[in-house]
Ligand binder design. Structure first.
Ligand SMILES: Cc1ncc(COP(=O)(O)O)c(C=O)c1O
Length: 428
C-alpha cells in the first residue's frame, strides 16, 4: 500500500520517488499492450447471447400479435418488443418506440427533431441564439460530444453521491436558453451512482423557463446489476405524473449490454404528446424499423424475469472484474495516497479521482507503459476536467489476468505521479 506521502521526510519521499520510477521503468520494459478504455462486454459475455441467433430462422413463425415481422408496418416496433423494453424501463408499452439498434441514435434523432422542427410546437433550436445543455460531470463523453456536435453549449453540473446537484440544476433551468439535461439515472457512467428518490422527484418537479426543455433520461443500465440486490431507481414517468404530469422526459434504453452491442434493440419512451410530436421526424427517417431483430430479442427474452436471469449470468462474469478493481486499488494505493474511487453495484464503470492535477499525467504514463485508458478529461464537457483528477476505469472487456496486470500498471503509474506531485510541492 502507498505510504501517506505527507508523513514522509524529504529523504524518504526522494527514495520512494526513485523506487516508483524504477518500478515504472521495469514495467515499460515488459512490452505490455492492454486496453481498459471503452465499456465493452467481454467475449465470454457476448457468447452467452449466441443462442438468440438460432431463435429466428427460415422455419420460424414471423407474426407477432398479428403484426408481420417480415414486411413493412408497425413503425413504433413489434408489440412484443415494445412490451419487453417497457418492462426494462418500468413504464407503459404505449409510451415506447422500439427502433434500430442504438439508443445513442435515438438520442441523436431527438436532437435533430428539436434542432430542425422544434419541440412541441416551439421554435427550432437551430434558430435560438444560444442553446444550453446541463451535463452532470463526471459523465458520459458521447453525450457531451453529441450536444457539442450541434453547437449546443455544454455546462457542467457536479455529480453528488445522490445524482446531479439539484440546487444548481433548479437554478440553471430558470434560464430560457437551457433546453436540456443529460442524465444516466442508474449506475451512472462513469460513477456507478444511482439517482436517489429525492433527486428523481426534484427532476420530475423541475420548472424550466423553456417550455421545450427536455431531460434526456438515458437508462442504459436499467437492469445491469452486479449483485442479487440491485439499486432501485424511482420510475421517472410515475414521478412526473405524481407531480403534475408534464411533457418533460425522453427516456432511452437498449439491449446493447444485454445481448450484442451494436446489434441489440433500442427504445425511446416519452409522454403521449411528445411521442406524437416526435413522430413527425421519426416518420421521415424510416418506413419501419428492423422487426426481425426485435422478434429474435422478444422470443429469447420474453419478459423481465428472463432478462433478469440472463443479466445474473452476465453478472457472474462481471462481478469478479469489479471486485478485482477495488482490491487492486486498495492494495496498490490505499486511502493514504489521496486517491478515491467508486465501488458500484452495477453498470460498466468505476470512477477514479486522483489528486488535483494528476489525471492527464497518469493516463499518459499508463499509455507509455502499454495500458490504454479513457482519455483524462473525457468525462467532462469539452474534455476539460477543471481539476484534472477524474479517470474512468472500464474493467469489463479484459480477461481477469489482463485486468490484474493493467491495474498493477495503473497503480504503479498513479503512485509515481502522486509522488512527483508531492515532491514538486516541496520543491524536491
Ligand atoms: C450511458 C450510455 N448510454 C448509451 C450507451 C450506448 O448505447 P447504445 O449502444 O444503445 O447506442 C452507452 C455505452 O457505453 C452508455 O454508457
Amino acid at each position: 500500500m502507498a505510504p501517506n506521502f505527507a508523513l514522509l521526510s524529504d529523504e524518504e519521499l526522494a527514495s520512494a520517488l526513485a523506487a516508483a520510477e524504477a518500478e515504472v521503468a521495469e514495467l515499460k520494459s515488459r512490452g505490455i499492450s492492454l486496453d481498459m478504455a471503452r465499456g465493452k462486454p467481454s467475449p465470454e459475455q457476448v457468447a452467452l447471447s449466441r443462442p438468440m441467433l438460432d431463435v429466428v430462422n427460415s422455419l420460424s413463425e414471423l407474426a407477432d400479435d398479428g403484426v408481420d415481422a417480415s414486411n413493412y408496418g408497425a413503425p413504433w416496433g413489434l408489440p412484443s418488443a415494445r412490451r419487453l423494453m417497457a418492462e426494462i424501463m418500468g413504464c407503459a408499452p404505449e409510451r415506447v418506440v422500439v427502433a434500430g439498434s442504438s439508443s445513442l441514435n435515438l438520442q441523436f434523432d431527438c436532437l435533430v427533431h428539436a434542432w430542425v422542427r422544434g419541440v412541441a410546437g416551439e421554435a427550432p433550436w437551430s434558430r435560438a441564439e444560444r442553446v444550453v445543455f446541463l451535463c452532470p460531470s463526471p459523465g458520459y463523453d458521447r453525450h457531451f460530444a453529441m450536444t457539442a456536435h450541434f453547437g449546443i453549449e455544454n455546462v457542467a453540473v457536479p455529480m453528488t453521491p445522490e445524482g446531479p446537484d439539484m440546487d444548481i440544476v433548479e437554478e440553471l433551468v430558470r434560464d430560457p436558453a437551457v433546453k436540456g439535461l443529460w442524465a444516466v439515472p442508474k449506475y451512472q457512467n462513469p460513477t456507478g451512482i444511482t439517482f436517489s428518490d429525492e433527486v428523481v422527484r426534484r427532476i420530475a418537479r423541475l420548472e424550466p423557463a423553456a417550455q421545450d426543455f427536455r431531460v434526456f433520461w438515458d437508462n442504459a443500465y436499467a437492469v445491469h446489476d452486479l449483485y442479487d440486490e440491485g439499486d432501485e431507481l424511482l420510475e421517472i414517468f410515475g414521478a412526473i405524473e405524481g407531480e403534475r404530469g408534464r411533457d418533460l422526459v425522453y427516456e432511452f434504453a437498449s439491449t446493447s449490454k444485454i445481448t450484442f452491442p451494436g446489434s441489440g434493440i433500442a427504445a425511446l419512451a416519452a409522454s403521449p404528446a411528445d411521442l406524437a410530436d416526435l413522430e413527425e421526424t421519426f416518420a421521415m427517417e424510416r418506413v419501419c424499423p428492423d422487426k426481425l431483430n426485435m422478434l429474435r430479442h422478444s422470443r429469447y427474452l420474453p419478459d423481465l424475469a428472463a432478462v433478469k436471469a440472463h443479466m445474473a449470468e452476465l453478472a457472474e462474469l462481471m462481478r469478479p472484474r469489479f471486485e478485482l478493481v477495488d482490491e487492486k486499488l486498495r492494495k496498490g494505493l490505499g486511502s493514504a495516497s489521496g486517491c478515491t474511487w467508486t465501488t458500484p453495484r452495477g453498470g460498466y464503470f468505476v470512477s477514479f479521482n486522483g489528486p488535483v492535477g494528476s489525471a492527464k499525467a497518469i493516463v499518459r504514463l499508463c499509455r507509455e507503459v502499454g495500458v490504454t485508458l479513457t482519455g483524462a478529461g473525457a468525462t467532462w464537457p469539452y474534455g476539460e476536467d477543471p481539476e484534472d483528477r477524474n479517470i474512468r476505469i472500464a474493467p469489463t472487456y479484459p480477461s481477469l489476468g489482463e485486468l490484474a496486470q493493467a491495474l498493477e500498471v495503473f497503480c504503479a503509474c498513479t503512485r509515481l505521479v502522486c509522488l512527483q506531485l508531492a515532491a514538486a510541492e516541496r520543491g524536491i
